[in-house]
Ligand binder design. Structure first.
Ligand SMILES: NC(=O)c1ccc[n+]([C@@H]2O[C@H](COP(=O)([O-])OP(=O)(O)OC[C@H]3O[C@@H](n4cnc5c(N)ncnc54)[C@H](O)[C@@H]3O)[C@@H](O)[C@H]2O)c1
Length: 364
């Protein structure tokens, strides 16, 4: 199964299927990536058995394999520099290729390095987490964090190929499956109420990797993101809806200093819940639909803001929100929901209003 992403910049395929990544040689040839040199940067938590099998399929001694323990704390320019130095030292040229096997963190960092090295190296993304398969591997956003917040430095640069292979999900901890589920849920909430109902009815099968259900959920999610990025690659308008819940989520993560106490997908789930509550408070999302969302998030056994924050964190959270990339004024720009599948763009609120709202949700 294949999906073509057609942007102004580039048209590229996403290949889907169990064990598809082992067809790497054929896929490179099909996409006319005739490279002399390959570097494969992989997340060290991907089972070594898969990496070894992948290595064997490439059969070239001169390929460079580099394992990195990726996490949000090393999603920064230092890591990018290390990768660029390796590319430079080994005299990589534009028609050579960087392949990444990893989650959203590995993908975002390596895609950024590939996009700036000699102004663009071939890049193949093999996402190994549910989150990266349904979201971060599609649409060409690359980037790293800095002191001022999340994904503050980056480029738009589409990959040459994406290979989405469910073989990777078998070793993924349940906690990470829920993180990926958060982005699938976001796609349903902004675009497709029927899909949301499907998710409510099938989330246990998704988390337990029931083959047909997980395949359908990944594919639907990718189709929703494809439709959006094809219409608005550079996030001038419609693509902003993909940030539903994320203005809150990124501020939550940044406030906690990217600890694994709250990882990205978990922050997204909390962000979705918070944005839905805010939408209801603003007389947009009806109470009945807020309850549907809230009950579903509770079914996932999720904690609320009080698990992570105290009232004295609110200043810091709202300061990160004001620095969000979507803002160009003193106000906080939020994506809200009028109804499930009916997002509202560019709602702007003074910081004080958001602070009062957070104050109403955090007990102590
Ligand atoms: N570029 C985009 O459009 C976009 C969209 C959404 C999120 N993101 C970014 O994605 C990142 C989050 O991605 P993520 O949730 O994949 O996190 P991640 O990359 O940290 O992966 C989660 C965890 O799973 C481990 N892992 C990876 N593959 C594994 C496997 N097959 N088996 C076992 N463990 C495995 C990793 O080592 C890590 O501990 C954030 O930095 C976020 O900003 C980017």
């Amino acid at each position: 199964m294949k999906l073509l992403i057609k942007t102004k910049d580039k048209t590229y395929p996403i290949y889907f299927g169990e064990n598809k990544c082992f067809k790497i040689k054929k896929i490179l040839a099909e996409n006319k990536i005739k490279t002399k040199k390959l570097i494969i940067i992989y997340d060290k938590n991907v089972p070594i058995k898969i990496i070894s099998k992948f290595k064997a399929k490439l059969k070239e001694d001169k390929n460079i394999f580099l394992g990195i323990q990726f996490n949000e704390k090393i999603k920064n320019l230092d890591t990018v520099k290390k990768i660029l130095d390796i590319l430079g030292k080994n005299n990589f040229n534009r028609n050579d290729c960087l392949i990444t096997i990893g989650g959203g963190i590995a993908g975002d960092i390596c895609a950024f390095a590939a996009s700036v090295y000699k102004r663009g190296l071939n890049f193949v993304n093999i996402p190994s987490t549910l989150l990266s398969q349904v979201d971060s591997s599609i649409g060409g956003k690359t980037g790293v964090n800095n002191f001022f917040g999340k994904n503050m430095i980056g480029t738009f640069c589409q990959p040459n190929v994406v290979i989405t292979d469910t073989v990777f999900l078998k070793s993924l901890p349940r906690r990470e499956m829920i993180c990926g589920y958060a982005e699938i849920l976001k796609h349903a909430l902004i675009q497709d109420k029927k899909f949301f109902i499907f998710l409510k009815n099938n989330f246990k099968s998704i988390l337990n990797l029931k083959p047909n259900i997980i395949k359908k959920s990944i594919f639907n999610s990718c189709k929703i993101k494809k439709a959006i990025v094809e219409k608005d690659e550079r996030e001038n308008n419609l693509r902003k809806t993909l940030n539903y819940g994320h203005t809150f989520a990124h501020a939550f993560e940044s406030t906690l200093g990217y600890t694994n106490k709250l990882n990205h997908g978990e922050a997204v789930l909390l962000g979705i819940l918070t944005a839905s509550k805010f939408s209801n408070k603003e007389n947009l999302l009806p109470k009945s639909e807020l309850e549907l969302i809230e009950n579903h998030i509770k079914e996932l056994k999720y904690n609320n803001l009080n698990t992570y924050f105290e009232k004295n964190n609110i200043n810091k959270i709202s300061n990160f929100m004001i620095r969000d990339k979507k803002n160009n004024s003193k106000n906080i720009n939020l994506i809200l929901l009028r109804k499930i599948a009916k997002p509202v763009l560019n709602k702007k609120y003074p910081q004080i209003k958001v602070k009062k709202f957070l104050n109403s949700l955090i007990d102590k």
